[in-house]
Design a protein around this ligand. Structure first.
Ligand code: FAD
Length: 488
């Protein structure tokens, strides 16, 4: 046997030995092939055989006890790499029968352990990642598919989901479990309102297709349901025509009130196809605000720059524009992400706070927060400020403020220095901001890092809390799914 073959066999042997083959009912632990060979075990009946594998090696458990936040670490006792939808069904049924907690993990971009399961099983959905169909009006995908992978298939065919998240390496199942917002959401609503159907493994281990007309209660529960009711194993995502190109405009504002007013007027008059805004320190103790908006076009039919920028109150001379393909527009964060990975900033703790602020309080709340914010407390992470039309947000469990419009206001913090003390201080600051925004009728986007009590969750979901609880009783009666959210 040559050296390469023997190395491969050795590695294969290691993996096989770490694969779980049973569950010890006496010790309430998983039994690997290696352990089974070594002695007696009281194995649970009907331990499933998986098409994929159930792992208990340290590297797999450590990886599942980490996420993009990098400061909450809840170690599971096993990680399932499903080889089929049937594997998810089997795992949920087995977990339910044996009182084991379970969490699906998409791409692990949660920031405070939402995708973790202490002493439970993490189902790593990245192995269910096939795009099954691309049709003119929809695509059928596995829950573990990343938006990037879907776009790689649809854009060459002139098709796209109408609304995308800014970072395309997130999973379809992960963002549909939380909401999914981006620069087009003011027009089309969040991603949960642009999905036509879902295939879900409920907490009872039933595989169910649901949509607005078929099992609508489950459809409403699972969209932005924070993983509480089922695992999304498949989704039929709405597609529309993809434009060939986008012209991306930037312009700076020194005055937050003017900035907020212009953002609102832009989503009302709809002159741009995408609208977002950011804040950054001005270097003199204050903040500058940046409009980022784009207009789609086909070459030969270039946008009218003067018309698009007319009537806006940005600082004269700060405007610029850049043409790019539609795909490059969608994937505009990729170069920055590559750079952050290269310099290591991607891997520091990220105690993010993402708030939805009622439009009527936006300028005051954002202005007051920034006035008291030491830029070091963001650690050069982006600060997002941009508006949505409330009427486009229909999924009942995606909780956003009442009123005609609301803003997302996000401090996408890097904890520098990356110590537990520093991170804890920033999480405490997040909690203060959360208290401030909820007093104004605001909400948090629960992808971020804000400690919540049960009472906070009740308030968060009002007036839908009763429906949330009864959906839990109906679809996950033994409360095995997604403990990391801390809702139940
Ligand atoms: C760099 C970065 C950029 C981001 N940009 C945006 C953005 O532009 N817009 C936006 O809306 N959000 C954004 N987010 C937040 C992101 O949408 C959420 O963190 C989302 O949960 C991440 O998807 P994921 O696949 O990593 O999910 P995970 O973090 O793996 O999971 C999120 C939650 O959903 C559950 N879950 C995961 N998969 C499934 C499934 N198949 N079925 C049921 N439950 C499941 C998990 O248990 C967990 O509770 C961003 C996050 C990061 C880190």
């Amino acid at each position: 046997m040559n050296e390469e073959n023997s190395r491969r066999n050795f590695l294969r042997g290691l993996v096989t030995a770490a694969v779980v083959v049973g569950f010890d009912t006496r010790l309430r632990g998983w039994v690997t092939a290696r352990e089974l060979a070594g002695g007696f075990h009281a194995l649970a009946d009907a331990f499933p055989t998986f098409d994929g594998s159930l792992l208990t090696d340290d590297a797999s458990l450590d990886a599942a006890a980490d996420d993009f936040g990098h400061f909450v670490h809840r170690r599971p006792v096993a990680v399932l790499l499903p080889g089929s939808v049937g594997d998810v069904v089997k795992m949920v049924r087995f977990a339910r029968a044996n009182g084991i907690k379970m969490a699906a993990r998409g791409q692990g971009h949660s920031t405070q352990g939402q995708d973790q399961a202490l002493a439970g099983v993490v189902v790593n959905m990245s192995t269910l990642s096939q795009v099954h169909e691309v049709n003119q009006a929809d695509a059928l995908v596995d829950g573990g598919v990343r938006w990037l992978d879907l776009l790689a298939q649809t854009v060459p065919q002139g098709l796209t989901p109408p609304v995308l998240v800014d970072f395309l390496e997130l999973s379809v199942g992960g963002t549909l479990s939380v909401g999914g917002i981006g620069s087009q959401a003011f027009r089309f609503g969040p991603q949960v309102d642009n999905v036509l159907g879902l295939q879900v493994v409920t907490g009872e281990g039933e595989l169910v297709n649901c949509s607005a007309s078929q099992q609508p209660r489950l459809f409403d529960a699972v969209r932005a349901g924070l993983g509480q009711f089922g695992v999304i194993v498949g989704a039929r995502v709405r597609l529309v025509a993809a434009p060939p190109s986008a012209r991306l405009y930037h312009a700076l504002y020194g005055d937050l009130g003017l900035f907020v007013a212009d953002l609102l007027s832009l989503i009302d008059d709809g002159r741009f196809d995408t609208v977002q805004g950011f804040a950054a320190p001005d270097g003199a103790g204050g903040w500058l605000f940046q409009l980022e908006a784009s207009k789609y076009f086909a070459p030969g039919h270039e946008p009218d720059d003067a018309g698009l920028l007319s009537g806006l109150s940005f600082i004269p001379g700060t405007q610029s524009s850049q043409d790019m393909t539609y795909f490059d527009y969608l994937n505009r964060l990729a170069p920055l992400v590559a750079f952050l990975r290269q310099i290591g900033a991607w891997f520091v703790p990220h105690p993010w706070v993402n708030l939805f602020v009622p439009s009527s309080s936006a300028a005051d709340f954002v202005g007051g927060t920034l006035a008291n914010l030491n830029p070091d407390d963001v650690g050069q992470g982006p600060v997002l400020i941009y508006p949505f039309n409330r009427g486009q947000f229909r999924a009942p469990f995606f909780r956003v403020p009442d009123g005609g419009h609301f803003f997302v206001f996000s401090l996408l913090r890097n904890a520098i220095p990356p110590t537990p003390e520093r991170t804890a201080g920033l999480v405490a600051a997040n909690r203060e901001l959360f208290d401030g925004v909820t007093a104004l009728g605001g909400k948090r986007y629960p992808i971020d890092s804000v400690p919540m009590t049960k009472h906070d969750w009740q308030k968060h979901f009002q007036p839908e809390w009763g429906r949330f609880v009864s959906a839990k009783q109906l679809y996950d009666p033994d409360d095995i799914l997604t403990p990391g959210q801390g809702i139940f």
